[in-house]
Design a protein around this ligand. Structure first.
Ligand SMILES: O=C[C@H](O)COP(=O)(O)O
Length: 252
C-alpha cells in the first residue's frame, strides 16, 4: 500500500530562527490534530536542517534537504553532499525541482548523480518533474514528463526505484495561484503510473507515491487528493504557514 505524503518545500525562505518557530508550530499541530496516516516532511534550507531535526518529533515528521551535491565529497566549494545531509538526521532530498533545473542548469546527467548519491546514503529522493506552459499548450506534456523520468529515475533498478517519491509539478502552476484542475492532475498522475508499470511492472508502480505540486492550498487540496493517483502534495507557499500546512495534511 503506497504512502500518502505531504511535504513542505520552504524554498529560500525563513531565517534559522523563523524556521525553527515554524517547525515547532507544525510539530505541535501535527501531534495534536494531524492525520495519522499521512507522512509529513519539512523541506528546509540546509542551514536549518540540524535545528529542525532537533525540533520535531522525528517519528512523526521527516526532514528534507532541497538539494545535494552531485559529487560525494572533495574540493567543491559551497556544495553540501548527500552524506552531510544524512549526518544531520534528515531523511529526504528534494531533487530536480524546476527552479533548480531552470536557474541552476540542472540536467538529467547531474540529477542522475544526485539521485544515486541520495540513495547510496540511505536518503529518499523526492524527484520532481513537470512541464512548462508552452509544452502544456502544445499538448505534449505527457511525452515531456515521461521523458524526464526516462532520462533519470527510470534508469534505476526496480529495488532502487521503489525508494523514490515522485512529485509532478506543472511549472505553470508553481507559485502562480493557477492550480492544475483535478482532472489535469489525475490524468498526468495516471499517465506517470502507467509509464512506471510499463517500465517496472504494475506491482512496483502501485507502490510509488506520486505527489502533486503547484499552488496547492487548503481550499483545493481536498479535491486534488481525492484523485486515485494523487498520493499527496509538495507544497511551497502554503507550507510557510503552519495552519495552512496542517489543513493540507488533513485534506485527505
Ligand atoms: O515545491 C513546491 C512547488 O514548487 C509548489 O510551490 P507553490 O505551492 O508555492 O506553488
Amino acid at each position: 500500500m503506497r504512502k500518502k505524503v505531504v511535504a513542505g518545500n520552504w524554498k529560500c525562505n525563513t531565517t534559522v530562527q523563523e524556521g525553527v518557530e515554524l517547525a515547532k508550530a507544525v510539530n505541535e499541530l501535527v501531534a495534536t490534530e494531524g492525520a495519522k496516516d499521512v507522512v509529513v516532511v519539512l523541506g528546509t534550507p540546509f542551514t536549518h536542517i540540524t535545528k529542525v531535526v532537533e525540533t520535531v518529533d522525528n517519528s512523526r515528521i521527516g526532514v528534507a534537504a532541497q538539494n545535494c551535491a552531485a559529487e560525494a565529497k572533495g574540493a567543491f566549494t559551497g556544495e553540501v553532499s548527500a552524506a552531510m545531509v544524512k549526518s544531520t538526521g534528515a531523511g529526504y532530498v528534494i531533487l530536480g525541482h524546476s527552479e533548480r533545473r531552470e536557474y541552476y542548469g540542472e540536467t538529467s546527467e547531474i540529477l542522475n548523480k544526485k539521485v544515486a548519491l541520495t540513495l547510496e546514503n540511505g536518503l529518499t529522493p523526492i524527484y520532481c518533474c513537470g512541464e512548462p506552459l508552452e509544452i502544456r499548450e502544445a499538448g505534449t506534456q505527457k511525452e515531456f514528463v515521461i521523458n524526464q523520468l526516462k532520462e533519470t529515475v527510470f534508469k534505476l533498478s526496480a529495488d532502487d526505484f521503489k525508494k523514490v517519491i515522485v512529485a509532478y509539478e506543472p511549472i505553470w502552476a508553481i507559485g502562480t495561484g493557477k492550480t492544475a484542475t483535478t482532472e489535469q492532475a489525475q490524468e498526468m498522475h495516471k499517465d506517470l503510473r502507467d509509464a512506471m508499470a510499463a517500465q517496472y511492472g504494475q506491482e512496483v508502480a502501485d507502490e510509488i507515491s506520486i505527489l502533486y505540486g503547484g499552488s496547492c492550498n487548503p481550499k483545493n487540496a481536498n479535491e486534488l487528493f481525492a484523485n486515485p493517483d494523487v498520493d499527496g502534495g509538495l507544497i511551497g507557499g502554503a507550507s510557510l504557514k503552519a495552519d495552512d500546512f496542517l489543513a493540507i495534511i488533513n485534506a485527505y
